[in-house]
Design a protein around this ligand. Sequence first.
Ligand code: IPM
Ligand code: MG
Length: 373
Amino acid sequence: MTQVHKNIAVLPGDGIGPEVTRAAVQLLGDCAAAFHHKFEFNELPFGGSAIDRAGKPLPAETLVGCRSADAILLGAIGGPKWDALPLEKRPESGLLGLRQSLGLYINLRPIRLSRALQGISPLRPERLAECDFEIVRELAGDIYFGEHVTTGSGPKGHAHDVASYSVEEIERVARYAFQRAAARNHRLTSVDKANVLATSALWRKTVNSIAQDYPDVALDHLYVDNAAMQIMLRPKQFDVILTSNLFGDILSDEAAALAGSIGLIPSMSRGRDGQPALYEPIHGSAPSLAGKDVACPLGAMFSACLMLRESFGLELEAQWIETAVERVLDRGYRTMDIAEPTGRTLRCSEFTEQIRSEMNDVLVHHERYGWGV
Ligand code: IPM
Ligand code: MG
């Protein structure tokens, strides 16, 4: 088996970010030890904690560290402490700045439900069955990166935000989504608001023209309001969903609700081939849970698995962690947010130890009998 040497930038961030990141880093460390890889972790300040330490959410040293890394693992950012700051000084602007500086224009959010956790989904099992799809969200354009302007104040106050897309921005993310669909079940649903927005009309036209290069992928289009409804009514119909930045932000939280907790969903943000990609759970910093050792580390752990698979090509290692997680869930162990009446609720660190010990058992089994059992 090939051994790899990788430099991973770790941005724990705020709130529960440091706790869940620590858990994911532990698993990556176990992975390196078990498979004789070398992972070097470079922890860097980011978000609100970086504002406190360095006066800005994205310090220069963090950007330099991320640029020179093979991949980046991020926890979460933000919190009430920094909410009163102007938009451009808040932790969120650090995240947007990082996405922009690293050219991360694709955001992948897999919605895959664990068999053991079907009970915590708000959907009935027959509606949920085999729900497994991916959201490809455009990440570098749209209303997020247009002008944000407030003028006047009081009753004379006014604000506007500009949404814009170029054909090139739509094409590059659309190609990625078509490729994902081609490697899965050959269905792509593009989501827009082409009945109202100019950006969406361009989006639809561009996606249609790209479709000619992917004849084996069946493309359809949904308006975003309908898509929001379909995700709840019939999630099984989706294979890959392609959408713009703002719609993707909203729909991915909605889709995460299918899994029963936003704490379970990982993400990858990437740009061109060969550039470092960023992995993070899609949940926020959950300030009310911070420091209590009760957060769910699964979103961060699955993000680490995505990193192993997508950035390092380490499929077996990713499966090893996922198998151990599934077994721990099968035995009824849960964190608070995914607790069920019959299971046993553990602290974040205890839950992580259960997974590590299960990983070790799987490894011992493998050493005796080989993989695939
Ligand atoms: C996300 C988050 C961010 C976004 C915030 C924190 C800026 O909600 O990654 O989904 O809106 O993109
Ligand atoms: Mg979001």
